[in-house]
Design a protein around this ligand. Structure first.
Ligand SMILES: *Cc1c(COP(=O)(O)O)cnc(C)c1O
Length: 359
């Protein structure tokens, strides 16, 4: 038997979560954001669930090409567009739409002839201050795009910095609406947090990412309360048991010391599998479906968990690190990070399986 750790992906959950995004976005096209290898789930693994989307948002050109080879015929938007002029031929051949976020890209479009025109999303910087044209530069950029034979459809795009906070999209949205005033183009602004937020931000196209994997974009709401179901479960097994006497320590740095007799389970999952090394003692873990806690430091290949109250658990017991019974958001919060990072970080050495909703 191989090392007992497994990440299971549920494409059906992705489809169900896409339906939640759709219900929250009346009249809008729903593009599934599958950058970073579908937030660590694997594009090929979640592929069947993508039928529930109207299009794809992605960042990596090679992954976008892979999608076409898988037979995906729908719209694909490259969220950061192209990075060099020689990529434009690929955009035209595969009919990829490109975000155009800066002067350099605009110039590449102007100076690179393509076999066919492509759709573009002109990105407006409304306050995130990473990528995008300043509001006052938008009209000029649009005039140049309109004049280009290499450009077909134009959409106006922006991205929120604080849509996960109450009212957090308001200021950027006001700036964006001022820019769009009187312009005939479709618009796209909403990420998961904006889709699920209290106030509708609208748009002709929405771009849900984290929510389609069944995690919450905001610490204020659990994924379950938003109607989302986890698309990944990370499980392992107990591979050893230690009986501790009072004053015995566990693991590197001896950071955990038992104050009473304890039973410790050693689990085949460590930071080299993508489990967060900064997860402290107390981080929730499920053993045989029962919630217990991590104790001591996370090491490369193992974690240690408290089995004191679980005499029935032992070597071979099933452990859920996160998944359908233990939200990844809770583990992330305990470890001082976000579900995005944990899902993206599942390591290459972890074997994956694909399953339907059944057990
Ligand atoms: C990643 C990304 C999204 C999705 O964001 P989530 O918070 O995961 O919903 C949407 N739009 C752009 C431009 C992105 O880069």
């Amino acid at each position: 038997m191989s090392r007992p750790i497994l990440a299971t992906v549920f494409p059906e959950a992705l489809a169900a979560n896409l339906r939640v995004a759709r219900a929250r976005s009346p009249g809008a096209k729903v593009y599934a954001v599958i950058k970073a290898n579908a937030y660590g789930h694997g594009i090929e693994r979640i592929y069947p669930g993508l039928a529930a989307a109207d299009g794809i948002g992605i960042l990596e050109l090679d992954a976008a090409c892979r999608l076409r080879r898988l037979g995906y015929a729908g719209p694909i938007l490259l969220l950061e567009g192209f990075f060099a002029a020689d990529e434009l031929a690929e955009f035209a051949a595969n009919q990829f739409a490109a975000a155009v976020h800066g002067e350099d890209q605009l110039r590449m479009l102007e100076t690179t002839p393509t076999a066919q025109p492509i759709d573009v999303c002109l990105k407006v910087n409304t306050g995130m201050n990473r990528l995008g044209f300043a509001p006052e530069a938008v009209r000029g950029a649009l005039a140049r795009l309109e004049a280009l034979p290499a450009v077909r459809g134009i959409t106006l795009m922006s991205h929120f910095a604080t849509a996960d906070e109450p009212g957090g999209a308001r200021e950027q949205l006001a700036r964006f609406r001022a820019v769009c005033e009187g312009l005939p183009y479709p618009v796209t602004v909403a990420n998961s947090a904006a889709i699920l937020g209290e106030h509708a931000v609208g748009g002709s196209l929405v771009r849900p990412g984290i929510m389609i994997y069944g995690a919450s974009p905001t610490a204020a709401r659990s994924a379950a309360s938003l109607g989302l179901v986890p698309a990944m479960e990370l499980t392992a097994q107990v591979i050893g048991v230690q009986e501790l006497a009072p004053e015995d320590c566990v693991g590197y740095g001896a950071t955990f010391r038992a104050s009473a007799p304890m039973r410790i389970g050693v689990v085949a999952c460590g930071y080299a599998d993508g489990y967060p090394r900064h997860a402290p003692t107390g981080t929730p873990v499920l053993v045989e479906g029962v919630r217990t806690r991590l104790v001591g430091r996370v090491s490369m290949d193992m974690i240690t968990v408290d089995l004191t109250a679980m005499p029935q658990a032992g070597v071979g017991s099933k452990v859920e690190l996160w998944g359908r019974r233990l939200p990844v958001d809770e583990v992330a919060q305990a470890a001082g990070t976000i579900a995005y990072e944990l899902l993206c970080a599942v390591a290459p050495r972890v074997p994956f399986a694909v399953a339907d909703r059944g057990e």
